[in-house]
Design a protein around this ligand. Structure first.
Ligand code: DGY
Length: 339
């Protein structure tokens, strides 16, 4: 009998064709909410789930422990960020955790660029005015020659840098805590070659230097303990009053109340966010609702959601699941807790 794989409801349609065609695996859509999902795991005697970005903190792990037993179970993230999965709990319950690195970088990078352009040319604002009957242009900003500050120079940050440099002629500054040697090893290039490829004028562990100099700041940090509210009031105060701030990483890395104050007081010019502390969005303080501000553009965690990236993520999930059921655990893209 085919092994059942439960896929959370937002992800299932994104990979439906591939999931339905998969041999030996019976993919089924399931609730994204943890309790009903855990119940479905038990009801289907299922030891494999594909999850979206939501947080899962308890019952799911107990259920997969029960169904997986000594054979173990798998949580396959449909995406790269795995902050919603408790890896320590997973390990305790004999559950391997996988993700799909690399396959969504272009989609997220492109969305970052579209958000930057939307802010630079007030696209959302003039569109809203137009539809309200006002044919009123608004003067925007050319990106050419401006300085882009990338905070988190991983695969996605680097791709944004490359588009901004090659496409718009922006200057690029990067802040990242990884030593230069690690970057060189990842890229397989010398620092001089990296600088040339990305238009990189500064690579530093000191994010303050980037916040001070950049005309556009784009955040690409992972959600880990050290990055909790990394972009907070003190760092927002370092930025130019004309800065445009873009976050397509995680809501976790940004203090939304502090951002609200900076935008409302005109201390920064604009922000575009695709990710939020609470998803679906709820303001972190009711009196600081970002939706009430004119200088902010908001999208609903959609940066990786393109047809192309969805297909690649579904394939990568399928690959991990197939290998898991074949017992080829060392071939998975695993992100388990190390301890
Ligand atoms: C990711 O893969 O982490 C994206 O944020 C979409 O979930």
């Amino acid at each position: 009998m085919a092994d059942v794989v439960l896929v959370t409801e937002l992800e299932y349609p994104k990979g439906k064709e591939l999931f339905e065609a998969a041999e030996g695996l019976d993919f089924q859509p399931a609730s994204r909410l943890e309790e009903p999902l855990a119940e479905a795991v038990l009801a289907n005697d299922c030891r494999a789930v594909v999850l979206g970005v939501d947080p899962y903190r308890g019952p799911l792990y107990d259920a997969l422990d029960e169904t997986g037993g000594a054979r173990g179970a798998i949580i396959a993230r449909f995406g790269v960020g795995h902050d919603g999965v408790d890896k320590v709990l997973a390990k305790q319950h004999n559950i391997v955790v996988t993700n799909t690195p690399g396959v969504l970088d272009q989609s997220v990078a492109e969305h970052t660029i579209w958000l930057t352009g939307t802010l630079a040319r007030h696209v959302a604002a003039v569109d809203a005015r137009f539809k309200a009957g006002r044919f009123e242009p608004r003067t925007g900003l050319e990106l050419a020659g401006k300085t882009l500050g990338i905070v988190g120079f991983g695969a996605i940050g680097r791709r944004v840098a490359r588009i901004a440099y090659c496409g718009f002629g922006m200057h690029v500054l990067a802040a990242d805590c990884r030593p230069l040697q690690q970057l060189e090893a990842q890229e397989g290039k010398s620092f001089e070659q990296i600088k040339a490829a990305y238009g990189l004028e500064l690579y530093t562990a000191d994010a303050a230097a980037v916040f001070r100099e950049a005309d556009v700041v784009s955040i690409h940090l992972p959600a880990v303990e050290d990055t909790r509210r990394f972009v907070a009031a003190d760092r927002l105060r370092l930025m130019k009053p004309t800065v445009l701030l873009v976050n397509t990483a995680r809501g976790w890395v940004l203090d939304e109340d502090a951002l609200y104050d900076a935008l409302a007081e005109g201390r920064i010019a604009g922000a575009a966010l695709d990710v939020f502390e609470n998803e679906p969005y709820e303001p972190t303080s009711p009196e600081r609702d970002l939706r009430t501000l004119g200088n902010v553009v908001l999208t609903p965690h959609t940066s990786s959601d393109t047809h192309q990236s969805n297909e690649r993520m579904a394939r990568a999930c399928l690959d991990n699941l197939t290998k898991f059921f074949a017992g080829r655990l060392d071939e998975l893209t695993r992100v388990d807790a190390s301890a």
